[in-house]
Design a protein around this ligand. Structure first.
Ligand SMILES: Cc1cc2nc3c(=O)[nH]c(=O)nc-3n(C[C@H](O)[C@H](O)[C@H](O)COP(=O)(O)O)c2cc1C
Length: 163
């Protein structure tokens, strides 16, 4: 049976990827919570920790934002090597060279607000249901959810973490 692992308050899980999302760096906390050794993750696509309960639309937004040079916040359920899972509050940012070209991506994750996870699990299960019809359905649902809360996606996520 897979069980939930909780991040301690002082945990910062970080990783860097190349432009295609392959891991080029992972810190000690990343390896500890994911249960991998450095050699297992280097040059592997970041979906190595993807959990099946994560709606595709969240990653669609993630890639859209960072490719446009913007940061994004997200609550992500990740899967450890042994099948256990851990929730994180993540910030993903593009890294730029001196000419302003995007040269890779960077993510910092910390313990999520537990209250927020209850709300996010409800939203994610609705997004997963919508995805069964089409990804567009799920995009519309998430966009409408933001509109109804009168917040941008990032404001919504950031406010949930800090509520
Ligand atoms: C810097 C960075 C960090 C990422 N961190 C995660 C992560 O912790 N968990 C995750 O499932 N996907 C993460 N992703 C997204 C993955 O690249 C991928 O889009 C996602 O796992 C969905 O996989 P799929 O495209 O095979 O469905 C990250 C991407 C970037 C650029």
């Amino acid at each position: 049976m897979s069980k939930e692992i909780f991040l301690s308050e002082d945990t910062l899980i970080t990783s860097k990827t190349d432009l295609s999302g392959k891991i080029v760096y992972a810190n000690e906390d990343f390896l500890k919570y994911a249960g991998y050794g450095m050699a297992d993750v280097l040059n592997k696509p970041h979906n190595i920790v993807r959990h099946k309960n994560m709606p595709r639309v969240v990653f669609k937004f993630l890639w859209q934002y960072v490719k446009e040079g913007k940061e994004i916040f997200a609550f992500v359920k990740n899967k450890a090597k042994n099948g256990d899972f851990y929730w994180v509050f993540a910030n993903i940012t593009p890294s730029f060279d001196l000419n302003g070209n995007i040269i890779g991506y960077y993510s910092v994750r910390r313990a999520p607000n537990k209250k927020a996870i209850t709300d996010i699990e409800k939203l994610y299960s609705q997004l997963l249901e919508a995805e069964k019809i089409s990804i567009q359905n799920s995009i519309t649902l998430l966009s409408d959810f933001c509109k109804n809360s009168q917040k941008s996606y990032n404001e919504l996520i950031f406010d949930l973490q800090n509520s």
